[in-house]
Write a protein that binds this ligand. Structure first.
Ligand code: DGT
Ligand code: CA
Ligand code: CA
Length: 574
């Protein structure tokens, strides 16, 4: 599927155009990129079926972008993009990955200091060559160094949301071969960790040679690290590695248990086996020379007197102790949610109308969907003011009436994602907040204030009786920005006391709260909600990433309010 590659190119074109200070156009390319990135259908299929006209029907894709998609599908290149790259021979992606660096700044730094890549940037910042440039200053220079240090810490790891679709594609491709009898993802991707080092896949086949041939001739391979009959490793052009292991059918369960990890979890399961006079490894569970388990994973756990443990919590964070005591949590299931309360519509610059968002939600099988557009403080996001919220309410009421007439068991709710200003006040009047079905508040500015001030700021918002939910409570962006400084225990106490719900945001870069904080919230008796923050209807499917995170944080169904039917949910907001 070339959707992602095209999205990547269009993002870069948008960056180049922004650099040239071209009006509007960057936005058009960005829109196209966002759509393509989330599009479920294969753009190549769309083109094959309906040609350039069909491409133009993709939201956000106009004539000139459609032509470029066609050019890419036919030639593998887009001249317009190649020209930009030639004019400005820098590693733009690498440089703007640094928090606070944008395309315009990258251009200035190239012109004034010849900075082409991250290494140059770091060298210049360390030599204090940047601070003196017009429009930069010492603070920026310091931020650049901090940003680089942060990037280095997350180097070589990929976002789950970016890698999971690809992993599934590979799995499906192998599965469709009749030689493959059994197959599963393993390693950190099966545990749904928020970032992934490499993809591990396990398969059973009678013809390992043939399966490895298929695997090592996948399109998009840029390197074959190794090829054998039990293990092969490749690198894909997206930059990540995939390991495929072939195991014997009778060892499939134990191999799956072994290669799912985590390593720390496995050390303990192996120890338990030894204490029982058994041996546990990737080939099976053995009593002396006799194999007593191995073909199924459940059987492996059972052989050492443990219940099957969901992969998401195999991190040696107390799961084995809990299992031994029969106190393993019944973690939330991927099918438990009845709706999503954090999504954006066309009203605040999102991609789809409220109706389109609602239809997608119905398709997913939700009972409700909450529209929570940005509010006025965020001008670039076209945030809504009080009057617009009132107007929007009318549209939502009308849609609900029509759903009712059609006999659909589905309701739209109106919320808003308001801004917690620096002093803790909300950018929308209480009188307007009262009229909403619920209100979300989030920090979208002044991230770098001291811990005490940030904590007080959020607490003040939580104490506003009209605020129900705090969105992405720690503000971190994976591989980009650390959490802002807060006293989380204090926030939990206030959330508990005032009945405020903390969000588990499913956006691939956010996954905020993280696993540890989810567990803390659960233990403190604080309710959570899993939302997507979708700005586009296809992004509603990010929800599985948030659910995975909730599972990793041991959250159970009752800890998460959008597992409730509509009535129960609305009770929380009263
Ligand atoms: P990643 O790829 O860094 O996101 O993390 P994993 O957990 O996928 O790690 P990876 O790919 O190195 O290995 C996959 C699994 O194989 C790992 O979760 C557990 C198992 N494994 C690998 N090496 C060892 C080892 O030395 N000892 C044990 N017990 N298990 C190992
Ligand atoms: Ca791995
Ligand atoms: Ca691996």
């Amino acid at each position: 599927m070339k959707n992602k590659e095209l999205a990547h190119i269009f993002y870069e074109i948008a960056d180049y155009l922004e650099m040239e200070e071209v009006a509007f156009k960057p936005f058009a390319y960005q829109r196209a990129a966002i759509t393509l990135e989330a599009l479920e259908e294969d753009v190549e299929e769309i083109y094959k079926k309906g040609g350039i006209e069909a491409l133009e029907k993709i939201p956000g894709v106009g004539k000139s972008i459609a032509v470029k998609i066609e050019e890419y599908l036919k030639t593998g290149k887009i001249q317009y993009y190649e020209k930009f790259k030639k004019q400005l021979p820098i590693n733009l992606e690498e440089i703007i990955a640094v928090e606070g660096m944008g395309p315009k700044r990258a251009k200035v730094l190239y012109q004034k200091l010849g900075i082409r890549n991250l290494k140059d940037l770091e060298k210049a910042a360390k030599a204090h060559e940047i601070a003196s440039l017009f429009g930069f200053g010492e603070k920026t220079e310091k931020n650049i160094l901090e940003g680089i240090a942060f990037l280095k810490r997350s180097k070589g790891r990929f976002l789950l949301g970016e890698i999971l679709p690809k992993a599934r594609e590979i799995e499906e491709r192998l599965k469709s071969s009749k030689e493959v009898e059994q197959i599963s993802l393993a390693g950190s991707i099966r545990r749904r960790k928020e970032t992934i080092g490499d993809i591990d896949i396990l398969a059973v086949t009678k013809k390992p040679q043939k399966v490895m041939d298929i695997f090592t001739s996948f399109p998009g391979i840029i390197k074959i690290w190794g090829k054998g009959t039990t293990k092969s490793s490749i690198r894909l052009k997206e930059g990540f590695d995939v390991d495929l292991r072939v195991v014997a059918k009778k060892s499939y369960g134990s191999a799956l248990q072994y290669f799912t990890g985590s390593k720390e979890h496995n050390i303990i399961t192996r120890k338990i086996a030894i204490e029982k006079g058994l041996k546990l490894n990737e080939y099976g569970v053995f009593k002396g020379r006799k194999m007593i388990a191995g073909w199924s994973e459940t059987g492996v756990y059972k052989a050492i007197d443990l219940p099957w443990i969901p992969p998401e919590i195999r991190e040696d964070q107390g799961e084995i102790e809990a299992a031994l005591e029969g106190k393993l949590p019944e973690i939330i299931d991927y099918n438990d949610l009845r709706g999503d309360l954090h999504c954006h519509s066309k009203w605040d610059g999102g991609e789809n109308s409220i109706l389109e968002m609602a239809q997608k939600a119905q398709e997913i099988g939700y009972e409700y969907l909450g529209i929570s557009d940005h509010t006025k403080f965020l001008r670039i996001e076209q945030g809504l003011n009080e009057a617009q919220l009132a107007q929007q309410k009318k549209e939502i009421n009308k849609l609900n009436e029509s759903f009712q007439k059609e006999g659909l068991r589905f309701r739209l709710l109106q919320g808003a994602e308001t801004n917690i200003l620096k002093d803790g006040s909300i950018d929308i009047k209480d009188s307007a907040l009262k009229k909403l079905d619920y209100a979300i508040a989030g920090v979208h500015s002044s991230f770098k204030i001291p811990q005490k001030q940030m904590t007080e700021r959020i607490i003040k918002a939580m104490k506003n009786p009209n605020i129900d939910i705090i969105s992405h409570p720690t503000g971190r962006l994976l591989k980009r920005r650390d959490e802002y400084q807060i006293d989380f225990e204090k926030i939990l106490r206030v959330a508990r006391e005032f009945g405020v719900i903390l969000e588990i945001n499913s956006w691939p870069e956010r996954l905020d709260l993280n696993d540890q904080k989810i567990r803390m919230a659960k233990e403190a008796g604080v309710k959570m909600i899993i939302n997507t923050d979708a700005h586009q209807k296809d992004q509603l499917r990010f929800i599985e990433l948030g659910i995975a995170q909730a599972r990793r944080g041991w959250a159970e169904k009752e800890d998460v309010i959008n597992t409730q039917p509509l009535k129960g949910l609305l009770n929380f907001f009263k």
